[in-house]
Design a protein around this ligand. Structure first.
Ligand code: SIN
Ligand code: FE2
Length: 215
């Protein structure tokens, strides 16, 4: 098995969640303004929208995507598609700054040569939440999820391999990056309802970038 944790330079703060999963506090703090500019550009092409689940529930988190593939949901199910169903055009391409950051974060967590083909962009407002779930619509069952928090802080719910396993509540702030893959790839996770707060760069919003290797 590949080594999971390289002996990289010490991070300001790094929390090992379990084998294959780490929370890197402040890892994206420097490039955060650039990432947010890119999000604005992407959303001007493929706007944020609230998707409907197969069960008919409208999600409180608004979403868009960039990259070769984008994650979508509707009454017929969850899937990855190469075109934005709203505009019928391909998703905006993945900015170089996104790729550079994710490769650096994945490598910090022990996953080399990370090459995500999808970036789901989540936009939370006060009260928005994401229920406990596994990311399991991807063919690649080892490559990590890289998840970047921007703007208003949130409570990240970190469970286990089973839905009813104990849940840790972790604060994720602007610039924090979570990476989970390998033996931790299918851990249940979610976001508690977002609190009313203000961030100088995003106002009352939290933005999350979730990178996945689908194929
Ligand atoms: C997700 O699980 O897709 C997003 C998690 C987050 O918003 O931090
Ligand atoms: Fe997820």
């Amino acid at each position: 098995m590949m080594p999971l944790f390289g002996a990289g330079p010490a991070m300001p703060s790094r929390l090992e969640l379990q084998e294959g999963a780490v929370l890197l506090h402040g890892f994206a703090a420097l490039e955060a303004p650039t990432l947010l500019e890119e999000v604005e550009r992407i959303a001007s092409i493929s706007p944020f929208r609230r998707l409907v689940t197969p069960g008919g529930y409208t999600m409180s988190v608004a979403m868009t995507n960039c990259g070769r593939l984008g994650w979508v949901s509707d009454r017929t199910g969850y899937r990855y598609v190469a075109r934005d169903p709203g505009t019928a055009a391909p998703w905006p391409s993945m900015p170089a700054a996104f790729l550079a950051l994710t490769a650096r974060a994945a490598s910090e967590a022990g996953f080399r040569d990370y090459d995500p083909d999808a970036c789901l962009i989540n936009r939370y407002e006060a009260g928005s939440k994401l229920g406990l779930h596994q990311d399991r619509d991807e063919k690649d069952a080892w490559a990590p999820i890289v998840s970047v928090s921007l703007g208003v802080p949130a409570t990240f719910l970190w469970g286990g391999g089973g839905r009813s396993d104990p849940i840790r509540r972790l604060r994720v702030e602007h610039g924090d990056v979570a990476v989970w893959g390998g033996p931790a790839r299918f851990v249940y996770h979610g976001i508690a309802p977002l609190k009313d707060a203000l961030h100088p760069l995003t106002g009352s919003l939290r933005i999350n970038l979730t990178f996945r290797k689908v194929f």
